[in-house]
Design a protein around this ligand. Structure first.
Ligand SMILES: NC(=O)c1ccc[n+]([C@@H]2O[C@H](COP(=O)([O-])OP(=O)(O)OC[C@H]3O[C@@H](n4cnc5c(N)ncnc54)[C@H](OP(=O)(O)O)[C@@H]3O)[C@@H](O)[C@H]2O)c1
Length: 333
C-alpha cells in the first residue's frame, strides 16, 4: 500500500516552503518491534518546527535531514501496532510524519492514547495539547506570574499566545497581548476580553507600550525588535519567559537584544523553556487544562485547511501572521 508523505527536498529559503518540500508516494514498510501505524486525521502546524528545517546544529534539537519526511504532531487512529499499550482503534497523538499514515516508534515519538470522549478532538492540539502545556508552564512556572501582576504575551493571537493570555487571566493576572493587525487585537479584546492589546504593525508600538505601563512578566513568542521594545518597559524584578523566537526562524537571523543591559538595570530574570522537558508532567498539566476547558474558560479558534496536499498553505500562515488560533490540517478520511 502506498502512502503520501511530505518529504524535505532542500532547505527552505524564508517562507518558500513549496520549493523545499515535495509530496511523494512511498510504500509502507513492515512495522518493527515497538512501532505503531497511525491513520492521521489531523496535522498540527507548529511554528517551532521551522527550526528543524534549517541546518542549524546548535538548536534544541538536530535538524531534519534532507530526504527525510517532515515531522510534526499528528492525531489519528492506530491501524496497526507492535508496541505494548497501543491497539488498533486507539485515538493517539504523537510526533509523526506529515503524511496520510504515520509510522513511528511509540516510545521515541511521545505517543499517548487520548480520551475519545472529548467531543472536538482538535482540542488535543490546542487547549489540551502541547500549546496548552507550553502556555501554562511558561506563565506559571517560568514566568512565575502572581495574581495581580501584569503579564504581556507576544504573538498573542496565535495558538500558544491565545492560551497564554487566557491562562494568565485565570491565574488572577492582568493579561495583555501583542499581535499583528486590528483584527487580531479586536479578537483579543472582544472575544477573550483581556485587559489590553497592542498592534505592533500599527506603527506606534512604543507609544502603545508606554500607554500600557510596565510589565511584570513577558511571555515572549517572537524575540527580535519587539523584545528590545519590551525590555525597556519591564518592571523591576520582572521575568521574561522565552518561549519562542519566531521573528528569527524564517529570516535565519539571530536575536541579539540591543537593550540587554536592562536585565541588570531592572534586575530581570530571563529564562527559556521547552515543552519536551516537561512531558513527564503532561498528565497533570492536561488535567488542569481540561478542567478549565470543560468549564468553558479556555477557548481556541481553529484555522483549518482540508487535504494533505494543501499542508504548505497552512504552514505558511504561521510565518505570514495569517492565522488567528491553532493552524490545523484536516485529512480527508
Ligand atoms: N518553548 C516551547 O516549548 C514552545 C512550544 C510551542 C510553541 N513555541 C513557540 O511559540 C511561538 C508560537 O508558535 P505557534 O506554533 O503557537 O504559532 P502561532 O502563534 O499560532 O503562529 C505564529 C504567529 O507568530 C507571529 N509571527 C510570525 N512571524 C513573526 C515575526 N516576524 N514577527 C512577529 N511576529 C511574528 C504571527 O502573529 P502576528 O500576526 O501577531 O505577527 C503568527 O500568527 C513560536 O515562537 C514557537 O516556537 C515554543
Amino acid at each position: 500500500m502506498d502512502n503520501r508523505i511530505w518529504r524535505i527536498a532542500r532547505r527552505p529559503q524564508g517562507s518558500d516552503f513549496a520549493a523545499a518540500l515535495e509530496l511523494v508516494s512511498a510504500p509502507l514498510a513492515p512495522l518493527a518491534a515497538g512501532e505503531i501505524r497511525i491513520r492521521n486525521t489531523h496535522l498540527s502546524m507548529d511554528a517551532g518546527t521551522r527550526l528543524w528545517l534549517t541546518d542549524r546544529t546548535d538548536g534544541y534539537q538536530p535538524p531534519l535531514p534532507i530526504g527525510a519526511a517532515m515531522t510534526g504532531l499528528v492525531l489519528g487512529e492506530v491501524i496497526e501496532s507492535r508496541a505494548d499499550g497501543f491497539a488498533p482503534g486507539d485515538l493517539v497523538r504523537a510526533f509523526g510524519q506529515w503524511a496520510d499514515i504515520s509510522t513511528l516508534d511509540a516510545a521515541m515519538s511521545g505517543a499517548i492514547r487520548l480520551d475519545p470522549s472529548v467531543q472536538d478532538r482538535r482540542a488535543w492540539f490546542g487547549p489540551l495539547g502541547m500549546n496548552g502545556w507550553t502556555a501554562l508552564w511558561g506563565v506559571e512556572r517560568t514566568g512565575a506570574a502572581r495574581p495581580g501582576e501584569k503579564v504581556l504575551v507576544s504573538a498573542a493571537a496565535g495558538a500558544t499566545g491565545i492560551l497564554a493570555v487566557q491562562i494568565a487571566r485565570l491565574l488572577g493576572c492582568e493579561a495583555w497581548g501583542i499581535a499583528g493587525g486590528p483584527a487580531k487585537c479586536a479578537y483579543l479584546l472582544e472575544e477573550l476580553k483581556i485587559a489590553g492589546a497592542i498592534d505592533y504593525k500599527a506603527g506606534d508600538l512604543e507609544t502603545q507600550l508606554d500607554a500600557a505601563g510596565g510589565f511584570d512578566v513577558y511571555f515572549d513568542n517572537v524575540g527580535g525588535k519587539l523584545l528590545d521594545a519590551v525590555l525597556l518597559r519591564m518592571n523591576h524584578y520582572g521575568r521574561i519567559a522565552v518561549c519562542g523566537l519566531v521573528a528569527d526562524y524564517a529570516a535565519g537571523t539571530r536575536t541579539a537584544p540591543k537593550e540587554f543591559d536592562q536585565v541588570l538595570m531592572r534586575r530581570l530574570r530571563v529564562e527559556g523553556f521547552f515543552s519536551p522537558d516537561f512531558m513527564h508532567e503532561g498528565e497533570s498539566l492536561t488535567a488542569r487544562l481540561r478542567a478549565w476547558y470543560e468549564a468553558g474558560a479556555l477557548t481556541m479558534p481553529y484555522d483549518v485547511t482540508r487535504g494533505l496536499e494543501h499542508t504548505l498553505v497552512a504552514y505558511g500562515k504561521l510565518f505570514a501572521g495569517a492565522n488567528i488560533g491553532k493552524v490545523i490540517v484536516e485529512l480527508e478520511g
